[in-house]
Write a protein of this length. Structure first.
Length: 201
């Protein structure tokens, strides 16, 4: 794994660990609950992805640095919660960043496994979204991916763009562009209240 890929994985892990920890603190969970939410959010999507493609033991079991990074991030989030809480959009921004970063990680895993583009995009979406899905379910919230908000759609669009430009431009630039696209779509959708159509039975 090159430096850019490593930086993306670490940044995504940190972003989702903060997101999970902050969500748990908003629900007034104890320290153990905050720690669990930080871990689940950071590793949930990647764990499901690795199990689906048979890449076991899953990534965080093979690389002891990832659990340590998550632990350190959760502790830092608890210690500086007053500063984090002061920024109303902190949780949203970290969630959007993690979404973009983990989408690319999932797509890269699919490409490495020799899977077709559609499956690669699905793996990217799973990696980006399902840590948050598990977090929201455990916190008794309706997961964002199942609401009218544009969430998984951002992963699909950014991932499709990444695959279309794959081997056409520098891969590191392509990765960064894809992350920016996913984050930008998510941020713009929330800012301007753009939503998917709703259906009622």
């Amino acid at each position: 794994m090159n430096n850019i890929s490593s930086a993306i994985e670490i940044s995504g892990t940190v972003a989702f660990a903060v997101s999970g920890s902050f969500s748990a603190m908003q629900k007034r969970l104890d320290v153990f609950g905050v720690l669990i939410m930080g871990f689940v959010t950071a590793i949930g999507g990647g764990t499901i992805r690795d199990v689906l493609i048979g890449d076991t033991p899953v990534a965080w079991m093979r690389d002891y640095q990832l659990p340590l990074i998550i632990l350190g991030t959760v502790v830092a989030t608890i210690l500086f919660k007053k500063y984090i809480k002061a920024f109303k959009i902190t949780l949203f921004l970290f969630d959007a960043l993690g979404l973009g970063l983990f989408t690319i990680i999932g797509i890269q895993k699919g490409l490495t496994a020799g899977l077709n583009p559609g499956v690669c995009i699905a793996l990217g979406t799973i990696t980006g979204c399902f840590g948050g899905v598990i977090r929201d379910i455990l916190l008794n919230n309706i997961p964002l991916i199942f609401r009218k908000e544009i969430y998984a759609t951002a992963c699909i669009i950014g991932g499709t763009g990444y695959l279309l430009l794959h081997d056409k431009i520098n891969d590191n630039i392509n990765k960064l562009l894809a992350v920016v696209v996913v984050c930008a779509i998510r941020i713009v959708a929330v800012k301007y209240k753009l939503t998917l159509p709703k259906f009622y039975a």
